[in-house]
Ligand binder design. Structure first.
Ligand code: HSE
Length: 423
């Protein structure tokens, strides 16, 4: 039986999960690939008590693994885009396949790395980079290969979904839930990547690249995180029959591609609205299959390691995929997207204020689907008003909001959250 030797750089949350899987299932991996797949060499600056590396060679210099001639494939799970790039590029140049969980690396520097991989006749695989343990990349590139993909949208940041779920269901504080997500190993090394939407944007760009052949150009992303969502928004959304989720949306339209990540109200009966905690869910629409939905854990040691090892086994079996053919396509400016909207504003408690607000909206051809006026907070004369509009063009919405903010019957800024019919 031929052997297939695997090197690993990084022994944090994901790396330790990979070691644990290999320790537990070596025999099973052999049966599934017909080869002796061994985790042979680990590069890590320090040990991790969450895994046993007793029978595996460990080096403190990560390049010792990359340059190890016995290694057929390198797993990169150190994260970041500098050292990780150098390690991955060098491994590819050394004609080793690479499996990474690093979405920032693929989104920001994937173009260069795919070229190096192709020039050296090896593969760069990244199932774990998007939606943790859900095999969404395999679904897009293999399971749905017969389809023209028209949309990919979903919850693709586990930390953000965990925070929104805990805030909405238990009334917990944002910072407290974020600290728990960090302790559980869900959050990025820099958690602003999670809460500002950057991590989700990396992942959505990768999905759009696979689904539509869109170039990996991060500057095209529209990115908004969850830091502006207030507990009041979560409550008002619930009162109106919605949940607030952080969504990534990539949609093909005749005019170009919508590519955006932002908080979104979703009607509570939609399946994605019920996806809570660290779970992710991705809805993909294909021309032949129609709507499909994939759900599972989006972060964490074992689920992410599950996706990493799946790529390793695929390559051990010799399942090599064609590189993605990139096609020139325009990404629509955010002002041209279409959505419904949730607006929250403070109105002075006078006759005629609400009618003026709806008049401003209707002057932009925006109609009101629902409107609730809450009780005034103690010691103020202003009342919170929440409005759900019909679907409209975003620029029209932004112009209408500007006028509402200028109207002397309202106080302060209008909060806006998009409302979508996803999943
Ligand atoms: N920080 C990421 C998340 C990890 O919370 O989804 C998985 O990519």
């Amino acid at each position: 039986m031929s052997s297939f030797k695997v090197g690993l750089v990084g022994l944090g949350t994901v790396g330790s999960g990979v070691v644990n899987l290999f320790n537990e299932h070596t025999q099973m991996y052999q049966e599934r690939t017909g080869r002796s797949v061994q985790l042979a060499h680990i590069g890590a600056r320090r040990d991790n008590p969450n895994c046993d590396t007793t029978n595996i060679k460990v080096s403190r210099d990560l390049f010792d693994v990359v340059n190890d001639e016995d290694i057929d494939l390198l797993i990169e799970v150190i994260g970041g885009t500098d050292l990780a790039y150098d390690l991955v590029a060098k491994a590819l140049q050394n004609k080793k396949h690479v499996v990474t969980a690093n979405k920032a690396l693929i989104a920001m520097r994937g173009n260069e790395l795919f070229e190096i991989a192709q020039a050296n006749g090896v593969s760069l695989r990244f199932e774990a980079a998007v939606a943790g343990g859900i095999p969404i990349i395999k679904a897009l590139t293999e399971g749905l290969a017969a389809n023209d993909i028209t949309s990919v949208e979903g919850i693709i940041n586990g930390t953000g979904n965990f925070i929104l779920t805990e805030m909405a269901s238990k009334g917990r504080e944002f910072g407290d839930v974020l600290a728990e997500a960090q302790a559980l190993g869900y959050a990025e090394a820099d958690p602003t990547f999670d809460v500002e939407g950057i991590d989700a944007a990396h992942k959505l760009l990768i999905l759009a690249h696979l689904a539509f052949g869109l170039e990996l150009d991060f500057s095209k992303m529209y990115t908004q995180g969850i830091t502006q969502i207030t507990p009041a928004d979560l409550d008002y959304a619930r009162d109106l029959g919605y949940r607030v989720k952080h969504l990534g949306i990539a949609r093909k339209r005749d005019e170009g591609i919508e590519l955006r990540v932002h908080p979104t109200l979703i009607a509570e009966q939609n399946l994605i609205a019920k996806v809570d905690g660290v779970l992710n869910a991705v809805a993909v629409e294909g021309s032949a299959v129609g709507p499909t939905l994939y759900s599972g854990p989006g972060a964490g040691s074992a689920p992410t390691a599950s996706a990493v090892v799946a790529d390793v086994l695929d390559l051990a079996r010799g399942n090599v995929l064609q590189p993605i053919t990139v096609k020139a396509q325009s990404v629509l400016p955010q002002g041209s997207i279409e959505s419904a909207y949730y607006l929250r504003l403070l109105a002075k408690d006078h006759a005629g204020v609400l009618s003026k607000v709806t008049q401003i909206l209707s002057s932009y051809d925006i109609s009101v689907e629902a409107l609730i006026q809450k009780e005034a907070t103690p010691h103020t004369e202003e009342v919170p008003v929440v409005i759900i509009t019909n679907r409209t063009n975003e620029q029209a919405m932004l112009d209408a909001i500007e006028q509402i903010e200028q109207f002397e019957g309202t106080v302060g800024a209008v909060a806006m959250i998009r409302v979508e019919n996803a999943g």
